[in-house]
Design a binder for this molecule. Sequence first.
Ligand code: PLP
Length: 351
Amino acid sequence: MSDIKVIEREELKEKPQGPIGFGQLFTDYMFTMDYNKEEGWHNAVIMPYQNIEISPAAQVLHYGQAVFEGMKAYRQGDDIILFRPDENFKRMNKSNARLNIPEVDGEFLLDALQQLVRLEQDWIPSGQGESLYIRPFVIATEPYLGVHAATEYKFMIILSPVGAYYGDDQLMATRIYVEDEYVRAVRGGVGFAKVAGNYAASLAAQTRASELGYHQVLWLDGVEQRYIEEVGSMNIFFVINGKVVTPELNGSILPGITRKSILQLAEYLGYEVEERRIAIEEILSSEYVSEIFGTGTAAVISPVGSIRYKDQEVVINDGVTGPVTQRLYDEYTAIQEGKKEDPFNWCLKIK
Ligand SMILES: Cc1ncc(COP(=O)(O)O)c(C=O)c1O
């Protein structure tokens, strides 16, 4: 693809003062490119952040052909880094393939992303637990009311400076509701892909859980409704007999990049790690489950203080952050923030 055109804005927005929360502020610029059958991906532009115009018949609005990614840029002193961005573009192409969306060029997009983040570097916050959240996504824009794989798409990247995902305290212990009616994903479905429809399908359960006072839903498998899969926007880990255990990837769980990184880091730090099937009753009845935590780009590592399944509520580690969770959080964020060396080469410095 040819070079990226840059359209400058006349005036920059005011930068936020004080707490920035999560996902409501957007920077000055965005990246977009288009796809059609004749030209493939083309028209790559960095332009002022603005509304987009699509036809009311755009296929995404009717049949939900949409995928997205989430990653972060951090400040490390005077440097800016992207955390494992190649993994996100690889995962996006797996999601694209599942939804019959044309493949994107990960290398080209990595260059485009670096150019965009460089331009927007003043938006990267530097407070504790703060970063620049990066949201690449693809939508089907072809105006057509028949069901088929669209022939036109738009790819975009928007940026949002963010703080802690759950309120001010990054390590606030969350309360989790185990969903026993609805399921998130089934074998052969789209659970492993980061497709928009997965999140739409999760909202009724998420709303019910929040009305009952819980932060997140824990999903069980779609066949027996017995084996633990993941949380709304995080993978889930258990400390069982000192071992760091997480459900094995089975096609219906999203293969989280934080999950993959935490498995590597835990092993590096000397913990025994295990990926296997975990039945909900094992967690509820075992006196050996000492900690539970979620992992995801947005929330990083999020301790779970209690878990409810049907009428049973189990408090974990007295409802506070346990030592393994704390250590993994400290070590992981130290690598992201450049406070400790990065033995895995996860941080890509933006030139
Ligand atoms: C359903 C779901 N599971 C797990 C994750 C964690 O994935 P990652 O660590 O790549 O952010 C996310 C967030 O992207 C998610 O939406």
